[in-house]
Design a protein around this ligand. Structure first.
Ligand SMILES: Nc1ncnc2c1ncn2[C@@H]1O[C@H](COP(=O)(O)OP(=O)(O)O)[C@@H](O)[C@H]1O
Ligand SMILES: [Mg+2]
Length: 250
C-alpha cells in the first residue's frame, strides 16, 4: 500500500440546482490530507460532507476549484480511491469472499493472486472462517469489516469513510474504532473519514476539519497532537474535544 499519497482540496465550491434555484452546498473548502494521515471531517447534517466525498470519488465533476491526488486533478472514478458508507452495501446473494473479490473487479491481477489478496484482506479485518458466510449471517460490525476489506483489497491510495460506524451500537463502535486504527497503521493507507461523532474524530484523527452549514464551509482545522494510545478521559483528550465542539457551536 502506498503511504506517500496526498490529497489536496483547493478552494472547492459546489452548487446544486434545485427547482431553478442555486443551492450553495460547499464554499471555498481548502485543506490537505498529508501522506499517511488520518483526517476526519465533522459537521452538522447537511453541511456537504457526503457531497465532498462524492467529488473526491469522482462521481461528480461539476465543481469549482481543484481536487488533486498526488498532484493530479481527479476527473472521474478510479481504482486509487475506495469508499465505505454507513450501510455496508454488500450484495446479499454473494458470500463474504465473493463480495470482497468485487473490490478487484477493476484489477487485471491473475486469478491465483486475486484469491490470495481476498484471503489476506479477509484476514486483515479478522473475518477468517466467515469466507462462505452471506451478509445476513453477519452482525453489523462484521458486515462493516467485510465492506472495509472490499474497499482495501485493490490497494487504493486513499480510503474514504462516510460515517462508517454510524449505524453500530456503542460497544461494537468502540471496538471497530480500534480496528480502524490497527488497519490504518498496518496498511499505511491515507484515510479521510466523515463522522458526526466528535469523540470518535478526536480518538482516531491526526487532524479534524470542522465544517459549518449553509453553505458548507470550514469553521476551523484542529490538529490532534496526542499520541495514538488515546485515553478518552485524559485532560488533553477532553481539551481537544472541547476545541472541536466550540468550533461546531460558535
Ligand atoms: N443531488 C443533489 N441535488 C440537490 N441537492 C443535493 C443533492 N445532494 C445533496 N444535496 C443537498 O446538499 C446539502 C448537503 O448534502 P450532503 O452532502 O449529503 O450533506 P452531509 O453529508 O453533510 O449531511 C443538503 O442540503 C442536501 O439536501
Ligand atoms: Mg452525509
Amino acid at each position: 500500500m502506498l503511504a506517500e499519497t496526498s490529497l489536496d482540496i483547493r478552494t472547492v465550491s459546489k452548487t446544486y440546482q434545485v427547482n431553478d434555484q442555486a443551492l450553495d452546498v460547499l464554499r471555498n473548502i481548502d485543506f490537505t490530507v498529508e501522506p499517511g494521515e488520518f483526517v476526519s471531517i465533522v459537521g452538522a447534517s447537511g453541511c456537504g460532507k457526503s457531497t465532498l466525498l462524492r467529488l473526491i470519488i469522482g462521481l461528480d465533476t461539476e465543481y469549482h476549484g481543484d481536487i488533486l491526488l498526488d498532484g493530479r486533478r481527479i476527473d472521474g472514478p478510479g481504482a486509487d480511491r475506495s469508499i465505505v458508507f454507513q450501510e455496508h452495501r454488500l450484495f446479499p446473494w454473494l458470500t463474504v469472499e465473493q463480495n470482497v473479490a468485487l473490490g478487484l473487479d477493476a484489477s487485471d491481477a491473475p486469478v491465483a493472486i486475486r484469491g490470495q489478496s481476498v484471503a489476506e484482506h479477509i484476514d486483515l479485518v479478522r473475518l477468517a472462517g466467515f469466507e462462505k458466510a452471506y451478509p445476513h449471517q453477519l452482525s453489523g460490525g462484521m458486515a462493516q469489516r467485510a465492506a472495509i476489506a472490499r474497499a482495501l483489497v485493490n490497494r487504493p491510495k486513499i480510503l474514504l469513510l462516510d460515517e462508517p460506524l454510524g449505524a453500530l451500537d456503542s460497544l461494537t463502535r468502540a471496538y471497530l474504532q480500534d480496528e480502524l486504527l490497527r488497519i490504518w497503521r498496518q496498511q499505511s493507507v491515507t484515510v479521510l473519514m466523515v463522522t458526526h461523532d466528535v469523540e470518535e474524530a478526536v480518538y482516531l484523527s491526526d487532524k479534524i476539519v470542522v465544517m459549518e452549514p449553509r453553505p458548507g464551509r470550514i469553521a476551523g482545522i484542529v490538529p490532534i497532537d496526542l499520541d495514538h494510545q488515546r485515553e478518552r478521559a485524559a485532560a488533553g483528550f477532553i481539551a481537544h474535544k472541547e476545541r472541536v465542539l466550540h468550533l461546531l457551536n460558535h
